[in-house]
Design a protein around this ligand. Sequence first.
Ligand code: NI
Ligand code: MN
Length: 226
Amino acid sequence: MNITYFGHSCFSVEVNGKTLLFDPFISPNELAKSINVNSVKADYILISHGHEDHIADAVSIAKRTKAKVICNWEINVWLGKQGVENIHPMNTGGKVKLDFGNVKCVAAQHSSSMPDGTYGGNPMGFVVEGGDVNFYYAGDTALSYEMKLIGDYRKINFAFLPIGDNFTMGVDNAIIASDFINCGDVIGMHYDTFGYIVIDKEEAKNKFKRAGKNLTLMNIGETIEK
Ligand code: NI
Ligand code: MN
């Protein structure tokens, strides 16, 4: 699976020939100036919750690419009002079979309102089952015992976890989360974008290493293979 980082919590992952784009927040991100948002590809756009730093470019990318948006019911209603037509509404606990594999919506401990203040439903994470490889995209979340259910449910090959602290769990709790999901291969997200969440990246990687785990911190624009 090729994974490309667009800054903050925005990644694309190629799964069985389809491009899944998570939480598009690119054009307002000072750190992602090198990315041309009009060149970002997507067959599916997965949105974890309604906050601006996860949805800012969702409408424009959805309209340009005609990608199918996967999100909760309330975000689906909001996107519909912005003229987005290709949406698959879901909610926590639900799973859907799509042409690349399955997506299961899992709990996230956070909040969710839309950029205009309207109610955004509950925040979610996603477990993507790609056949041979499964991964977990946590969204914005605190450490939660619910994550043990994810580790029991499926073999997770790698996971996107927030590590910036302040609004989500930080590095120490992300290490515990990786125990809960039984996956020691973590890609960090939700750090450095704003002053509140600037972290010491070397220290973060060393903490994971000392715990016998791997933390990958991608450069914006970089593509890696998993
Ligand atoms: Ni948030
Ligand atoms: Mn956020």
